[in-house]
Structure formats: C-alpha cells, structure tokens
Design a protein around this ligand. Structure first.
Ligand code: LLP
Length: 382
C-alpha cells in the first residue's frame, strides 16, 4: 500500500521515477534469508532484475551471492560489496574480454552453455595460469508455462547444453587442462507461477545426477536458476519462498556434500518497486478515453514487450469509475501500459502508480526518443 503521506510527497517530485519501498524489500530479504539459512541453500541474486546501486548494496549486505550476465554486472556487484567468491557468470555469449576480467577477479564459477565457450575459457585460463571453475547449463526440456520470450528450456532454445551432447562435453572437458567442472546449472524460465514446473525440474535433476554418477563424476554444486513468479494482480503479496524451498528440499536428491544454489531475481525485487508518473492529458478515443502519462515504454518496457500486466492505481482520485487506455508519450502504438481498465475519474496532474515494477523495470529502461532515464526514490528519502 502506498500511504497518503507518501502520496503527498510524490506530489513534490518530478515524474516519472521508480519508487522503492524499503520495508517491502527488507521483509522480502528477511524471508529469503530465513529460508536460505534453514535449508543451507545458497542464494545468488540475479543482478539483471535490478542493478540499482542502492538495491545491490542492500542485497549484498545479507551475505547473498550474485548471478551476473556481463562483466559490467560483475563489476557493479563487486562495487556493491558482493564477494567475488560468491559471483557466478552466466550467458550464452561471454566475450573473451569479459572472461579474462572475470578470471582475474576470481569469481566463483562460469555457467557454461556450449563446448566452444568452454574451449575459449580454457584457453584464456591457461594463458592466465588459472583454473576456471565451471558448471554446465543443461537444457532440462521443461515447459515453463510463461510468456514465450521468457521460456528458456524448450528444445529449440539458444540456452543450455542439450543432453545428447553431454558425452561429448565430458570428453572435451577431460582434455582441457585448466577447467574444473564443479556443477550443473539450470534455468527453466521466468515468472513461473506453477510449482509443478519446479517439481519437473527436480525430477530431471535427479535423473542427471545418476547420469553424472554413472560417469564417475562428482559435482559439488546443483544450481536450479531463478524463475519464481510474483503476483502482479496483487502487489501487496509477498513471494512464497517457503513453498519453493520446501519443494526443493522434498524433491531434489542431493548427494552427500553437494550444495544447492539458486538465482532468484524477480521474486526478490519485484514487489518493492512502483513506477510513479503524472497524467499529462486525457484524450477522447472512439471507444475509450486515453490517459496519457509522462512515463512510457522507455521507463517500463514489459507491457509493450511481453504484454505484461501491471496493476495501475490512480493515487490521487477517488471519483467515479471510468475506463481508460493508459498510454505513454512515446511514438509507438505499443507504448501502452494497459487497455480499457477501470480507474477512478482521472485528470491532468493525477499521480499514477504502476505497481510490481521493481524487477526488469529500471533495469530495462532505455533512452529511446532521447528521453531521460528514470530516477529512483527510496522510501527513507521522503
Ligand atoms: N538465472 C538465469 C540463468 C536467468 O536467465 C534468469 C533470468 C534468472 C536467473 C532470474 O530469473 P527470475 O528469478 O528473475 O525469474 N525481462 C523479463 C525476464 C527475463 C528473465 C531472464 N533471465 C521480464 O521482464 O519478465
């Protein structure tokens, strides 16, 4: 809930901006920490979800690790206080320069997605006289039942190594002098709301555990990736970490001494952020009214890119209900946050909150139309 005192403060601030409610962030992190301490599972926060400096600092203060997908993310994580020994580096297209820098920084592990990539890592590690720890990202062939752009584990996907290639991968790795295979890694997709998807992942992991054991390989890490969804209909609802952790506990058969790692992103930061904007104009359409905001797809691209639904609230009106198309100022028809939704009578100058925008909001903002990047405001600054 965004309270009246906060709304009064919003009126004094230039819009659009991201508002981060620290109470929500801390309570989510406390919950996650509790589950991780109880289970012994290690959390690597997926930095791509939100790499705002202050948010990274807060998350690192909990002692969590970081899951990064570029050297710039690794560098931001290090600056924010994450330990190099708790950083994993993922992605299908790591450049030579990034691999070199990550090895020099002494990160924990590279999550690898192809033989050619492992070959390059071995080559660079040999030159630097270092041993690179790697985990194999394996395609588990599981349907995530989410938007197709964020489904990653179906057969024809650029992500992960196919299981039919694993024999070949092991042969190659055995010949690489500076590679230490320590784990297997998975990521089924994002915004997954059906726990059965994670249950399928657990079964697949158990099968692969047997496969590796039968090949005489002991892996010390099983990394289940991220993907836990949040409730976009209900921004006040915290993610169900407890259910997720107990499912992993019940269905994954870890071998003695093996660690379970995970990489939550959205579930950690999604509900603490809202995009705050002002209504510029109300314009007549043929069937609807357009509420034109000063925030657009450059600030929050998820509705335009994934037809994602975010709850929209008019914080400054309690008038009678009308229907509006809520749109931004960008020169694209896809710059639409929601179509034909009910809002209390909305006027120029009203303050609008687009909720559950803490994940993949600010992080995906662009300067298209040469707009300014959105600023961020934290609840303790008001
Ligand atoms: N690990 C890996 C290997 C990933 O690729 C991702 C997200 C995560 C962890 C974190 O997943 P999460 O817990 O946040 O679901 N921009 C899209 C989401 C893209 C997710 C990409 N990978 C969106 O706005 O919905």
């Amino acid at each position: 809930m965004i309270d009246l005192k906060t709304i009064a403060k919003f009126r004094e601030i230039e819009t659009p901006f991201y508002y981060y409610d620290l109470d929500v962030l801390y309570s989510t992190l406390n919950q996650l920490k509790k589950e991780s301490d109880n289970s012994g599972y290690k959390v690597h926060y997926a930095v791509k979800a939100n790499s705002n400096e202050r948010i990274l600092k807060i998350i690192s203060s909990y002692g969590f690790g970081a899951d990064c997908v570029s050297y710039n993310e690794i560098s931001a994580a290090l600056d924010a206080g994450f330990a190099a020994s708790q950083i994993v580096f993922a992605g299908v297209g790591k450049t030579d320069k990034e691999i070199d820098a990550a090895l020099r920084a002494g990160i924990f592990c590279f999550n690898c997605e192809s033989i050619p990539e492992i070959e390059v890592i071995n080559h660079i590690a040999t030159k630097l006289n270092k041993v690179a720890r790697i985990a194999l990202r394996i395609n588990p062939y599981i349907e995530a039942h989410t938007h197709k752009y964020i489904t990653t584990a179906v057969e024809e996907s650029k992500f992960g190594i196919n299981t039919w290639e694993l024999d070949e991968v092991l042969k190659k790795i055995a010949a690489f002098s500076n590679i230490d295979l320590i784990g297997m890694h998975f990521h089924v997709g994002s915004q997954i709301t059906r726990m059965s998807v994670f249950k399928s992942l657990c079964s697949r992991i158990n099968e692969l555990q047997e496969w590796f054991s039968s090949h005489g390989i002991n892996l010390s890490v099983v990394n289940v990736g991220g993907g836990m969804g949040i409730d976009y209909e209900n921004p006040e609802k915290a993610p169900q970490f407890e259910d997720y952790f107990s499912l992993m506990n019940e269905f994954i058969d870890l071998l003695p001494g093996q660690e379970l790692h995970m990489e939550p992103g959205r579930s950690v930061v999604g509900q603490c952020g809202s995009l705050i904007s002002r209504v510029l104009y109300i314009k007549n359409g043929n069937q609807t009214l357009f509420a034109i905001l000063d925030a657009g797809m450059t600030d929050l691209i998820r509705p335009a890119l994934y037809q994602a639904h975010h709850k929209i609230e008019n914080l400054t009106s309690d008038g009678s209900i009308y229907r509006y198309d809520v749109v931004g100022p960008i020169c694209e028809s896809s710059d639409t946050f929601a179509k034909y939704i009910e809002l209390p009578e909305t006027k120029r100058g009203d303050i609008i909150a687009i909720r559950s925008a803490g994940a993949y909001g600010e992080a995906m903002a662009s300067r298209y139309n040469l707009r300014n990047l959105p600023k961020s405001v934290f609840s303790d600054e008001l």
